[in-house]
Design a protein around this ligand. Structure first.
Ligand SMILES: [Zn+2]
Length: 128
């Protein structure tokens, strides 16, 4: 549908947090600390997933997608649904998307991936 550029995968950091929690080195309150705005965003704008929450293992996590970038102006810092991202990718040169997974059951939350979208010129590095 569109090309994601400069993808950063935070999976390794997330697995370290989950492992630390399971080993009892981290209190649940330290990892299940989603702020109320994030839980609201998960309810209103979140994308459902098939991924079971790694902490409570009772509910599937919801992906909340935030957009950031100087050119976005009023959109900056807002949660967006996927269809809005597709429109914005045509309307703006460049902005960064952050995907946070949120468990609405236990308030677990963690950044999973971020990437750049937009209709600007493709990056030279990594292009064939
Ligand atoms: Zn959970």
């Amino acid at each position: 549908m569109w090309s994601q550029r400069r993808v950063v995968d935070y999976g390794l950091a997330e697995r370290a947090v989950v492992h630390s929690r399971r080993a009892g080195r981290t209190l649940r309150g330290e990892v299940c600390d989603a702020q109320s705005y994030l839980l609201r965003a998960a309810r209103r704008f979140g994308g459902p997933t098939e991924r079971l929450c790694p902490v409570c293992e009772k509910e599937n996590v919801t992906n909340v997608t935030d957009v950031h970038g100087d050119s976005l102006r009023r959109h900056a810092g807002q949660a967006k649904v996927t269809s809005e991202l597709a429109v914005m990718a045509h309307d703006y040169d460049e902005f960064r998307v952050y995907v946070v997974e949120v468990c609405q059951g236990c308030s677990w939350n963690h950044l999973t991936v971020s990437y750049v979208l937009g209709n600007g010129p493709p990056d030279l590095v990594g292009q064939a």
